[in-house]
Design a binder for this molecule. Structure first.
Ligand code: FAD
Ligand code: UDP
Length: 366
């Protein structure tokens, strides 16, 4: 008999959700995290009565009713709708790409006019089947928007030419011919009124959690402490890079407290030119409570990844996906280890995807 039924490596959304479900099935779980806090990248910290999204803006959105009902069991959500702005040099546009963007870009008013301009630019580009991010973007919104709002931002974010990136990345963004600035097409959206940390704290209620605890500091011990292990860190690291290193993109956040009650008038503003070194500035107070006398902003700088940095994004191009497939095959020979979440599955998951995967996995566990 091992001491625990499950050792869960990572107190992020996947780990916390899985631990909750198995604990409710009377299984004994231990959750460890190498960071000094729970909640993974969704972590929020309250400073001056403002919930700071420490690892970048996190907006919960989903069309999955079960996931929406599930997360709301752990805390109330507000009705925040993400409507970022994009600054390109001295111009400012609404995102995602919609009639507000098109009318400002081309001084037009009707969907018909916008469709004609975009269609003409697509025809001129002669792209039939988009093979990469650049071709996909141009075939969604034409050349003008690509040049002003996508090209520079994408090069900074990924440090790659958009021709060398997968089309799937830009397909995340809606294109619509209505005056609607909602960044997501999902049925449900919001931000937890008391922050994500409070949500995950409640998920982990009654479950043993050890922080500042790195699985790799004592891998053998942790592999033997429980009947099964759930691992939510980078999959290549788990296997000591035996199939090659996966690429990740990292970030650096610069947080600034300002003696003004309103710095930029919106929660998220993207800087889409290639010269500004950061991709976006977030003003945290606008995610929920807006009445504080001062404000805190974070500039988000893309950064190259190395082992001393956080692997924030998988880079799902063909090369990395084929390396991942090798790890996936390898993982199948370890039936007592569950690989779950954004890093262990090497997928560009949002929070709702991760909860769905954890719930599904917990359902099939005995
Ligand atoms: P993580 O949150 O990364 O948790 C994994 C945990 O495992 C971490 O706490 C880590 O410290 C721990 N760990 C790793 N290795 C070890 C080890 N060796 N030992 C112990 N612990 C270890 N999603 C949305 O839905 N909406 C958004 O607006 C949104 N914005 C985002 C913005 C940014 C900048 C980023 C980076 C992500 C964003 N996401 C957003 C995605 C969201 O963060 C993820 O989908 C979600 O947090 C993934 O949860 P997870 O549990 O898989 O991983
Ligand atoms: N993107 C862009 N311009 C923008 C916003 C996004 O070109 O103003 C592209 C960019 O390639 C980015 C991708 O769309 O990586 C996905 O954007 P999203 O906002 O979903 O990224 P995330 O919030 O996950 O960083």
């Amino acid at each position: 008999m091992k001491k625990y039924d499950y050792l869960i490596v990572g107190a992020g959304l996947y780990g916390a959700c899985f631990a909750r479900e198995m604990t409710d099935k009377n299984k004994k779980c231990l959750v460890i995290d190498k960071r000094n806090h729970i909640a993974g990248n969704a972590y929020t910290k309250r400073i001056n009565n403002i919930d700071i999204h420490v690892y970048g803006a996190h907006i919960f959105h989903t069309s999955d009713k079960e996931v929406w009902d599930y997360i709301k069991k752990f805390g109330e959500f507000n009705s925040f709708v993400n409507s970022p702005m994009a600054i390109y040099k001295d111009e400012i546009y609404n995102l995602p790409f919609n009639m507000n963007t098109f009318s400002k870009m081309w001084n037009i008013k009707t969907p018909q006019e916008a469709k004609e301009i975009i269609k003409k630019q697509i025809t001129e580009s002669a792209i039939t089947t988009p093979k990469n991010l650049e071709e996909q973007a141009i075939s969604m919104v034409g050349k003008d928007i690509y040049e002003k709002l996508i090209n520079g931002y994408t090069k900074k974010q990924w440090n790659k030419d958009p021709k060398d990136l997968p089309a799937s990345i830009i397909k995340r963004l809606p294109v619509r011919y209505t005056y609607d600035n909602n960044y997501f097409n999902d049925l449900y959206q919001g931000i937890p009124i008391n922050g994500y940390t409070s949500i995950i704290e409640k998920m982990l209620d009654g479950i043993e959690v050890q922080l500042d605890t790195d699985f790799f500091d004592n891998k053998d011990k942790y592999l033997n402490i429980a009947e099964k292990v759930v691992y939510t860190g980078p999959i290549d690291k788990f296997f000591d890079y035996s199939e090659g290193e996966l690429e990740y993109r990292s970030l650096k956040f610069e947080n600034i407290e300002l003696e003004t009650d309103n710095f930029q008038g919106n929660a998220v503003i993207n800087y889409t030119d290639s010269l500004t070194p950061y991709t976006r500035i977030i003003e945290h107070k606008f995610f929920n409570n807006m009445n504080q006398p001062t404000t805190i902003i974070s500039k988000e700088y893309p950064a190259n990844y190395n082992e001393t940095k956080e692997p924030y994004y998988p880079i799902n191009d063909d090369k990395n996906n084929s390396i991942y497939e090798k790890y996936y095959k390898l993982s199948k020979s370890y039936p007592n280890i569950i690989f779950g979440g954004r890093l262990a599955e090497y997928k560009y998951y949002d929070m709702h995807h991760v909860i769905r995967k954890a719930l599904d996995r917990a359902k099939i566990e005995k």
